[in-house]
Write a protein that binds this ligand. Structure first.
Ligand SMILES: Nc1ncnc2c1ncn2[C@@H]1O[C@H](COP(=O)(O)OP(=O)(O)OP(=O)(O)O)[C@@H](O)[C@H]1O
Ligand SMILES: [Mg+2]
Length: 272
């Protein structure tokens, strides 16, 4: 009798745990690019700020494995990176760093080291799932590194909301097309934004060309690429970055801030 009660109780505990894990308010947005240096991390940090000012509790996961730099953009010195959590020497809470901006937390990466990914371990997916299961953040932004390597693929596979940042540079466009090709096999949609692009229309035209190329090459028909806006080249962005400040905070009425506001509007419509 006791045995049967305790086995029922343990089933209930398991069930409650799985419900808790499945239900979470946290939405994931993964930011990626293909080509490096196009402005992913800068844009991610500034998007985090705009979202936080709209009342969302935001976490940023620095998923640039080996070349983490989010702590520089937020000007914080994290005590721990999420690798200490993976290694089991810190709890998840201990690797979440509060930034100086209210409602923005950083889950820092680690710079200057190599991590050998065991293909079957899915350690990074586990970290993301556990951050979501905390049910603490409204939005988790994941800033990936450059390229389409196994790390990036793992972070893409766990997210249904993906934003690709690119420029009009031919090599960046080639890389973003490879990304579109890859994602079209598994996902239903990609948001696309052009950095270093002075008008909304230029981005829109090139985005349409990419979509048409996809049609010509018979990529999966129901895969959607949604263009969500452009950001101009601006010295304000590079200067504030160098000073470890966020341009949307320092120059809240500037044109570039307005451009990023528009992108955030579109993200909020699309994210689920
Ligand atoms: N619109 C812009 N105008 C001027 N400078 C910019 C703009 N966007 C980004 N930058 C600058 O470009 C540089 C690269 O940006 P960032 O580090 O954000 O790129 P990234 O895509 O994250 O690079 P990586 O692939 O190495 O992670 C930084 O010095 C940043 O300040
Ligand atoms: Mg980066």
């Amino acid at each position: 009798m006791f045995n049967s009660i305790s086995s029922q109780a343990s089933k209930l505990v398991k069930l409650t745990n799985s419900v808790k894990k499945n239900y979470s308010k946290t939405k994931i947005l993964t930011i990626t690019s293909g080509k490096g240096g196009v402005g992913k991390s800068t844009i991610t940090a500034n998007i985090a700020f705009l979202l936080s000012r709209r009342g969302f509790n935001v976490a940023v996961l620095d998923a640039d494995i080996g070349l983490a730099n989010m702590q520089v953009l937020f000007d914080v010195k994290p005590q721990n990176s999420f690798f200490e959590y993976i290694d089991g020497v810190r709890t998840l809470d201990e690797v979440i760093t509060k930034t100086n901006y209210s409602n923005i937390s950083l889950i820092a990466g680690k710079s200057g080291f190599q991590y050998t990914l065991n293909k079957n371990s899915f350690v990074f997916s586990r970290v993301v799932k556990e951050l979501v299961a905390l049910n603490k953040f409204d939005i988790l932004l994941i800033d990936t590194g450059a390229g389409l390597n196994d790390y990036v693929k793992e972070f893409l596979s766990i997210s249904d909301n993906i934003l690709a940042i690119t420029t009009t540079d031919p090599s960046a466009l080639t890389d973003v097309y490879s990304l579109i090709k890859m994602l079209s096999m598994e996902k239903s949609k990609l948001m696309l934004s052009f950095n270093h692009t002075k008008s909304y229309q230029i981005g829109e035209t090139i985005s349409n060309s990419l979509v048409n190329l996809g049609k010509k090459n018979r990529l999966k028909e129901d895969f959607m690429v949604e263009y969500i806006g452009n950001i101009s080249t601006s010295e304000t962005i590079s200067t504030t970055g160098r000073l470890r400040k966020l341009f949307v905070n320092e120059f809240s009425t500037d044109e570039i801030t307005r451009q990023l506001q528009n992108i955030v509007d579109r993200i909020l419509v699309n994210i689920h």
